[in-house]
Design a protein around this ligand. Structure first.
Ligand SMILES: Nc1nc2c(ncn2[C@@H]2O[C@H](COP(=O)(O)OP(=O)(O)O)[C@@H](O)[C@H]2O)c(=O)[nH]1
Ligand SMILES: [Mg+2]
Length: 217
């Protein structure tokens, strides 16, 4: 068993992917993780996640991004999925209006179980399928503005705005946490300090992880 976290990482963030089944969450994540792709399967609780290290200024940020592993199909996402998450990509499919209608429900769940300061990016995925569009861009954008979310249309297929969507979330989280440093060790409780002095605890559930890859952009 290796160390899940690089010793030289300055910050660790947990973020989650959420949204209806089939909207493209897993593909967005594998797009973002690209060559540095690593996916840990945790079949017992049905959660997968990938890491990506990002260099901002002279700091290394490790983004730990959780994917649902299909649990959303059964409305079986547990509160532990959201626990400690500082960011979320809330994804719908621009060609399936019902997935957009579900956004409100997912937002409620995020606000119920997630941190109050969670950075949420609303993502309208599959923008390559413009001819089958059922949700106008302005509609998604307007909703996001009302709800104080960030917004982006993406295509995981054509690699449009995928990097931008994740990076928007990650850099915003970075700004929020400011200079507060997070120290993380495997199998330890992690504390993240947020600006108002509140602490968010993350219980690291990593059990079997190998050497994580490290990339700088
Ligand atoms: N055209 C198109 N298809 C996509 C895109 N992203 C995902 N898909 C397809 O949508 C389906 C569901 O994707 P998946 O990532 O498994 O969705 P998840 O259930 O939200 O994780 C798959 O058939 C993907 O190939 C996209 O940006 N454009
Ligand atoms: Mg999936």
């Amino acid at each position: 068993m290796g160390d899940a976290f690089d010793e030289d990482c300055d910050y660790l963030f947990k973020a989650v992917l959420i949204g209806d089944s089939g909207v493209g969450k897993s593909n967005l994540l594998s797009r973002f993780a690209k060559d540095e792709f690593r996916l840990d399967s945790k079949p017992t609780i049905g959660v997968e996640f990938a890491y990506r290290n990002i260099k901002v200024a002279d700091k290394i940020i490790k983004a730990q991004i959780w994917d649902t592993a299909g649990q959303e199909r059964f409305r079986a996402i547990t509160s532990s999925y959201y626990r400690g998450a500082l960011g979320a990509l809330l994804v719908y499919d621009i060609t399936r209006r019902e997935t957009y209608e579900s956004v409100r429900k997912w937002l409620q769940e995020l606000r119920e179980f997630g941190s109050e300061h969670m950075v949420v990016v609303l993502v309208g995925n599959k923008c390559d399928l413009g001819q089958s569009r059922e949700v106008e861009k302005e509609e998604g954008k307007g909703f996001a503005e009302n709800e104080r979310l960030f917004f982006m249309e993406t295509s995981a297929l054509q690699n449009v705005n995928v990097e931008e969507a994740f990076m928007q979330m990650i850099t915003k989280i970075h700004h929020q946490t400011g200079q507060k440093c997070l120290e993380s060790k495997m199998n330890e409780t992690t504390r993240i300090n947020v600006p108002n002095g509140k602490e968010i605890k993350i219980v690291d559930e990593v059990t079997e992880t190998k050497q994580s890859s490290c990339c700088s952009i």
